[in-house]
Design a protein around this ligand. Structure first.
Ligand SMILES: Nc1ncnc2c1ncn2[C@@H]1O[C@H](COP(=O)(O)OP(=O)(O)OP(=O)(O)O)[C@@H](O)[C@H]1O
Length: 234
């Protein structure tokens, strides 16, 4: 399988000499195209820092990051903005939908960022929300709103779908449905999906689990036969 993400000896520090905080220290790993990846670790471990670096929202202090054959730590601000707009789909804990636009219009906005997008209708169909496409966010449940935000992210046909605690604001049953959707789409359409979570129950469902602790990679486990989301005890 093609390698789509390669972190090589990445360090990320905050603060100055006297007050240096290592958010990530000497982090190396790879992710293959089409993998369903879970990044697990306690609070403060460095998970969000990792995701921010992957998404081009922050820059490394040292080391290299290669995504889809592109070295990203050397990109200028403008090139990084283009990378975020075209290559990355983001899903956050809160859905960040525009309340005055319908589900369809929220997804269709992505056309402004990239020429080659999935139609809003196709993206909403993939998340099972075609019937709700003309509703406003306030007329949708939390789980449905999150599915609109997933439709918005996948409509860009991103190289990477980055999800930061995507079920954090949902009850466990709805959270499970959203996770199921993410995994089903990863397998059906080949989206490389990277999920940051505190929920260690998800570890058995991933092709790869990256354990982060104290800014370091504690372990990377590749699973040949991950279990179905339905089998998870939340
Ligand atoms: N902008 C910043 N300035 C200073 N320190 C930061 C900054 N961002 C993160 N850190 C520090 O880097 C470390 C890793 O933070 P990070 O947010 O990546 O952890 P996390 O695993 O995502 O935690 P959580 O699960 O609580 O969100 C923490 O010690 C944090 O305090």
């Amino acid at each position: 399988m093609k390698t789509i993400v390669e972190f090589k000896r990445v360090c990320k520090t905050y603060g100055d000499k006297e007050n240096l905080i290592y958010a990530l220290r000497d982090v190396s790993f790879t992710i293959c195209q089409g993998e369903f990846v879970v990044i697990l670790g306690p609070s403060g471990a460095g998970k969000s820092t990792l995701l921010n670096l992957l998404g081009g929202m922050d820059d490394v202090s040292s080391g290299t990051i290669c995504i889809n054959n592109q070295q990203i730590e050397v990109l200028s601000e403008t090139q990084l903005a283009d990378y975020r707009a075209k290559q990355i789909g983001f899903v956050f804990q809160f859905y960040n939908l525009i309340p005055t636009l319908t589900a369809f219009e929220n997804v269709a906005l992505m056309k402004e960022l990239k020429k080659d997008v999935l139609s809003a209708q196709e993206a909403l169909e993939r998340v099972g929300l075609k019937a709700h496409q003309h509703k406003f966010p306030a007329q949708l449940s939390g789980g449905e709103q999150q599915r609109v935000s997933i439709a918005r992210a996948i409509s860009k046909k991103p190289a990477l779908l980055l999800c930061d605690e995507p079920t954090g604001a949902l009850d466990s049953q709805t959270g499970m449905l959203v996770m199921k959707q993410l995994k089903d789409m990863c397998k059906r359409y080949g989206h490389t999906t990277i999920i940051v979570t505190h929920n260690s129950a998800l570890k058995n469902t991933a092709d790869k689990v990256i354990y982060v602790k104290n800014g370091m990679i504690e372990n990377v486990v590749t699973q040949e036969h991950p279990c179905d989301i339905d089998a998870v005890n939340w």
